[in-house]
Design a binder for this molecule. Structure first.
Ligand code: MTE
Ligand code: MO
Length: 374
């Protein structure tokens, strides 16, 4: 069945997503639809900052360039990329830097993501590092700048909708991929097909879709999304609601630890007498690892540790499950809390308020009722 998103907004093949904006097109996934180990394409969130590029008919003929501070600039077709470099298949989380933004108080600027600006797909491609070694980086190579084929939100091709970049060390990480397939299928156009970057663990905005060019630079990149307060966090805590002009900031790199409850769904009901409920979900921690996930039904007075399924590879999410014991019938709020391997746990309240609302990793909470409604 086609849902409203596919009929009205051309998001064909999507199932159950919530629309956050139509121009540019932005849609997130309700937490309970993120219950699969590998997020199906039909449930994978969409974030565009501009309009869509021209439709592509010859995917293998798609060309892209690597130039700038390199010994041998390269212009390759996708077909040549596939044939010249070793293929990698990795399951990795892609998360918008603004995921969780709507939980900040007062409201921060930008799309009001709840917890659904995230998905974990199996990506097929080649390591960007393998390609960078072939082009040869100059000593002056410090940063990347990423360029896509999409026009900005006014339809202008002179301006990039988004053009961000990473320090060379992140670009050289084996898991940073040039990707042409998602869950074993040709990369869907809406997700940047024929070719995109996946820069795992860092804000999704670095994972350039419809990739046309990587400019190797001798300085921090300064495209749209790199300047002002974009993807930056204040170095010292800011008073919630303040403007943030002139405060010292740093670029948001690794995303903070986070977990979601994917079952039960918010509003779940259980028969009277139920004393144990199965809770499950997913957790991830940017560049870091998830050390543990715990759940509580009593506001954090007691915690039950969840069992975790090990990630397939670095940057994959952890699936977790717990049998949560309940003392009697009644309404409960279940919270899940993940802790990373450096001991950083999710907060009960969003603590790191910032004007553009990045990196909110407040604990996810679902309400359930056991027995008749009180
Ligand atoms: N070319 C291009 N790439 C882009 C964007 C964009 O607007 N244009 N948005 C970025 C942002 S902010 C995110 S969160 C991810 C979303 O990827 P998805 O739509 O495949 O989920 O793509 C990133 N890559
Ligand atoms: Mo994003």
């Amino acid at each position: 069945m086609q849902d409203r998103l596919s009929v009205e907004f051309g998001l064909s093949g999507k199932d159950g997503l919530s629309l956050l904006g139509d121009v540019p097109l932005v849609a997130e996934t309700p937490e309970e639809l993120l219950d699969d180990e590998t997020t199906p394409i039909s449930r994978f969130f969409v974030r565009n900052n501009g309009l869509l590029p021209e439709p592509v008919t010859d995917a293998d003929g798609w060309t892209f360039t690597i130039d700038g501070e390199v010994e041998r600039p390269l212009n390759l077709t996708l077909a040549a990329l596939k044939s010249r470099f070793p293929h990698k298949i990795l399951r990795m989380v892609l998360e918008c830097g603004g995921n969780g933004r709507s939980f900040f108080e007062p409201k921060a600027e930008g799309n009001p993501w709840t917890n659904g600006g995230v998905g974990c797909a199996e990506w097929t491609g080649v390591s960007l590092g393998d390609v960078l070694r072939e082009v040869g980086l100059n000593d002056s190579a410090l940063f990347t700048g990423h360029f896509g084929a999409d026009p900005d939100k006014h339809g202008s091709h002179d301006k990039q909708a988004m053009s961000r970049g990473v320090p060379i060390a992140k670009a050289l990480e084996e898991h940073t991929l040039l990707v042409w397939a998602m869950n074993g299928e040709p990369l869907p156009f809406i997700h940047g097909g024929p070719l995109r970057l996946i820069v795992p663990g860092w804000p999704g905005s670095l994972s350039q879709k419809w990739l046309k060019r990587i400019w190797i630079r001798d300085r921090e990149h300064d495209g749209p999304g790199m300047t002002g307060l974009s993807y930056r966090l204040p170095v010292r805590p800011l008073a919630p609601g303040s403007e943030g002009q002139g405060v010292e900031t740093r670029i948001l790199e690794s995303m903070p630890v986070r977990s979601i409850v994917t079952a039960p769904a918010d509003g779940g009901r259980y028969p009277a007498g139920t004393r144990s409920i199965a809770v499950r979900g997913a957790a991830w921690a940017g560049d870091d690892e998830v050390a543990r996930v715990e759940v509580t039904h009593d506001g954090g007075a007691t915690w039950t540790e969840a069992a975790m399924t090990p990630p397939r590879n670095r940057y994959d999410w952890v699936r977790w499950q717990a049998a949560l014991s309940l003392p009697g019938d009644g309404p409960y709020e279940i919270f899940a809390r993940a802790t990373d391997s450096q001991g950083r746990a999710q907060p009960f309240r969003a603590a790191n308020w910032n004007p553009n609302g990045y990196g909110c990793n407040v604990m996810h909470r679902v309400a359930v009722t056991v027995g008749p409604e009180a």
